[in-house]
Write a protein that binds this ligand. Structure first.
Ligand code: GLA
Length: 390
């Protein structure tokens, strides 16, 4: 049975009626440009083909009845249309509630209850943006069901607003953007300062992108994510004393080197160095990819990991073991952590005919060093959030 048929059956079992419409939002990986989005720099992510499904039907009431196949034990969680405040015990449904509340506060009419069943294929907490995927699948569902005149970009911004103001994570816009705007076989170069973007075909010839999951759960809200962001803001505050800038992403290498002496605290200096050079690397990586210089593209990916390890300090033993073991394997162009770090996933660009050996070798070393298994998946680049039509 395919996923959609299975979801239809499950919907019927839970809600005792047929489903009306189907929606999907992918997860994402970021090829390069990490921790640059909230610093006004560039990112280079893409949507992947696995993500979150939502199956829905109106229910002639004033409540949303929400069910996730990933949280069966929680059962159906009912939410009143006029009571959408964040409540910890509402668990995963807070992302859905947050989107409804956010869009309503922006003036969109969402005034009828619905039954919705969700199914997520993205391993939870793996750093492939299961939460942004849930936000965006809710966004396209609300747009579709209520005929909202809202652009995907506005759903993307609404998703970020939910994350920042409702969930309480100060994340940037990369995840929601990649998930909302993704395009098959393309990565998106996004300038997070202006939101100008362009699609770049990811032509990797004989190579696969392999996602390597540390299986070390990462909780963004509990992590040091907000702390890193505050450290970068502090660096910016100091540099602004002599420079007319609004973000670290505006700095070229020369200007940064000239003014970096203003930052006396060694930790803050390292954070700023990462933000500035990672942004430069990202623009450079797109140029190399466009020229077909895959070796150079891979080298920049490796440099990104080194900087995230030494200067930004967000990798940890699990991610380092994966990336550093990957570098030693045959047929590998590059490898790095992807997403926020502190666990979650890394990616590697690996020759297709070397993939099996790669997975075996890296898997063995990881198990030996860390004591439990890593998981490996081949990433295919897919489209952004959408309705599934038959
Ligand atoms: C998380 C955040 C993004 C971005 C990355 C790091 O995925 O949600 O906004 O900051 O971390 O690049």
């Amino acid at each position: 049975m395919n996923t959609v048929d299975n979801l239809k059956n499950q919907f019927k079992n839970i809600f005792n009626k047929g489903a009306e419409r189907f929606f999907f939002a992918p997860g994402r990986i970021n090829l390069i440009g990490e921790h640059t989005d909230y610093n006004g720099g560039h990112v280079f992510p893409c949507a992947i083909t696995f993500g979150t499904y939502a199956v829905v039907s109106f229910n002639n009431s004033n409540k949303f009845s929400l069910y996730s196949m990933n949280f069966e034990k929680l059962g159906v969680i009912d939410v009143e249309i006029d009571n959408l405040e964040y409540r910890k015990e509402d668990n995963w449904t807070n992302y859905v509630k947050g989107m409804i509340k956010q869009l309503r506060s922006e003036g969109y009419t969402i005034d009828k209850g619905m039954d919705i069943l969700f199914y997520g294929e993205i391993p939870n907490g793996a750093g492939l943006s299961s939460s942004a995927s849930l936000e965006l699948v809710s966004g396209v569902l609300l747009k579709g069901m209520f005929n909202l005149d809202v652009d995907v970009i506005d759903l993307v911004k609404a998703g970020q607003a939910v994350e920042n103001n409702y969930i309480g994570v100060n994340s940037g816009i990369m995840d929601q953007f990649a998930i909302g705007m993704g395009k098959k076989d393309c990565a998106i170069l996004l300038d997070c300062n202006t939101l100008k973007y362009s699609y770049a075909p990811v032509k990797l010839d004989d190579y696969n992108i392999i996602i390597m999951n540390t299986n070390k759960r990462r909780e963004l809200a509990d992590s040091k994510y907000n702390e890193r962001r505050a450290e970068c803001e502090e660096a910016l505050r100091i540099l602004k004393k002599e420079l007319d800038i609004n973000s670290l992403g505006e700095l070229d290498a020369e200007t940064f080197e000239k003014y970096k002496h203003l930052i006396k605290d060694e930790t803050i200096l390292k954070r700023a160095k990462h933000a500035v050079y990672e942004n430069i690397r990202t623009i450079h990586a797109l140029e190399e990819l466009n020229k077909g210089n895959l070796e150079k593209f891979g080298k920049l990916i490796n440099e990104s990991h080194v900087s995230l390890k030494n200067d930004y300090e967000v990798t940890g033993k699990e991610l380092d073991t994966l990336a550093e073991t990957a570098w030693k394997q045959e047929g590998v162009l590059g490898a790095r952590m992807t997403g926020a770090g502190f666990g979650g996933c890394a990616i590697a660009i690996v020759k297709k005919d070397a993939t099996d050996k790669f997975i075996k070798n890296v898997g063995e070393v990881y198990l030996k060093e860390i004591g439990y298994n890593a998981d490996f998946y081949i990433a295919n680049i897919g489209d952004g959030a959408k309705e599934i039509l038959f």
